[in-house]
Design a protein around this ligand. Structure first.
Ligand SMILES: Nc1ncnc2c1ncn2[C@@H]1O[C@H](COP(=O)(O)OP(=O)(O)OP(=O)(O)O)[C@@H](O)[C@H]1O
Length: 359
């Protein structure tokens, strides 16, 4: 199918750099999610790839061919927007057929391709309906069919499911993933939902202030965030602070040995990496402040003696009471200083935690 290359892209609005110098390779058939907070430049990157914004610097290549100055309608890209921009008075089939008509394909061929595209998104029987007669999820499926019917080399989606309720969003996400795999189409998907990115992507690109903060598989992004920003942005994370002295973090609950220069650090601990047991911790008192039952797990809000708050995930069977004193231990801790990861440590039977990976 197709490979996408972004080379040193730069874009500013009103004299302010929104994208400073962004380079990215998307492999043939890969689904890449651009993830980041509002205003981080995700849509701007996508719109530049689609030809709706012009970069001031850099180049966009599709299969090695420079398309930077090619207008959107001539690019081998198909775009799906959050607001699907369908013509509500027209039939579903006519909406999907629109681009093919512009290409002046024979009528019978248009009908065949429209049917094929609607079948692909599970709307084979809906061709004659008016768009306004469809649900939000069905309308978004039509928008995807309309993009795919033109057989683009690259599929671009800008928060396509953001306006749908959670169940529908999850279903459409799975359907899109199936379609994308079946077609093997190279895809760039913009979202600010980390769960969406974790569920969909082959690779996640976290954008922050128009720059790539980290690029990694969902698994790696979750298990081994490289920066404090990514650690806090993806999933839930506790960040108890302490000092590093003589190769030892002096946190009373989470003593960590690591080759890290002395000075203040933050320990990054996932709620599911904390083990909570009844009784008092050796180093410092910790009490359950609140317990929320999510069915699949309990989420404990724990207050430490020094006032710090931690979230801990427990099996649904291990209920605690508010105010109960508990013991805590961590199975995986990363050390951050000035926003950057210094080391990652896992437990050791002899001495609590010791360093296993030094970054
Ligand atoms: N046409 C425009 N004119 C002026 N500023 C713009 C324009 N488009 C985007 N911007 C600015 O560029 C920055 C990046 O915007 P962009 O829409 O790419 O971010 P985003 O990460 O997609 O955010 P969101 O998740 O809110 O859609 C923002 O500060 C935005 O205000």
């Amino acid at each position: 199918m197709a490979q996408l290359t972004l080379k040193n892209l730069g874009k500013s609005f009103d004299g302010t750099d929104v994208i400073a110098d962004l380079s990215l390779d998307v492999a043939d058939g890969e689904l890449v999610c651009l993830l980041g907070p509002s205003g981080s430049g995700k849509s701007t990157v996508l719109r530049m790839v689609g030809g709706f914004e012009t970069p001031e610097r850099g180049a966009i290549l599709i299969d090695g061919e420079d398309v930077t100055d090619v207008p959107p309608e001539k690019r081998p890209t198909g775009m799906v927007f959050q607001s699907h921009a369908l013509w509500s008075h027209m039939s579903v089939a006519d909406n999907v057929a629109f681009g093919l008509k512009l290409r002046r394909l024979p009528k019978a061929e248009i009908r065949r391709q429209v049917t094929e595209a609607l079948d692909l998104v599970g709307l084979g029987d809906f061709g004659a309906r008016r768009v306004w007669q469809l649900s939000g999820g069905q309308q978004q499926r039509v928008a995807i069919a309309r993009a795919l019917v033109l057989k683009p080399k690259i599929l671009l989606l800008d928060e396509p499911f953001a306006s749908l309720d959670q169940h529908l969003r999850e279903r459409l996400r799975e359907e899109l993933r199936d379609i994308q795999r079946r077609l093997g189409i190279t895809t760039l998907f913009v979202t600010h939902g980390q769960d969406e990115a974790l569920a969909l992507a082959d690779r996640i690109i976290v954008l922050r202030g128009g720059e790539i903060e980290q690029a990694a598989s969902p698994d790696r992004m979750y298990r081994s965030p490289e920066t404090r920003f990514v650690a806090g942005f993806i999933g839930s994370m506790n960040f108890p602070a302490c000092d590093m002295r003589g190769g030892r973090a002096d946190h009373p609950l989470f003593p960590v040995e690591a080759v890290v220069p002395n000075g203040p650090i933050e320990l990054a601990i996932r709620p599911e990496a904390l083990t909570v047991s009844p009784g008092r911790s050796a180093g410092m008192s910790a009490r359950v402040h609140r317990q929320t039952d999510y069915g699949t797990h309990l989420l404990l809000d724990i207050v430490l003696e020094d006032g710090a708050r931690l979230k801990a995930m427990c099996p649904p069977s291990g209920a605690f009471e508010a105010g109960q004193e508990v013991g805590l231990s961590a199975s995986h801790v990363a050390l951050f200083r000035d926003g950057v990861k210094l080391a990652e440590v896992r437990p050791d039977q002899r001495a609590g935690l010791r360093e296993v990976a030094h970054v």
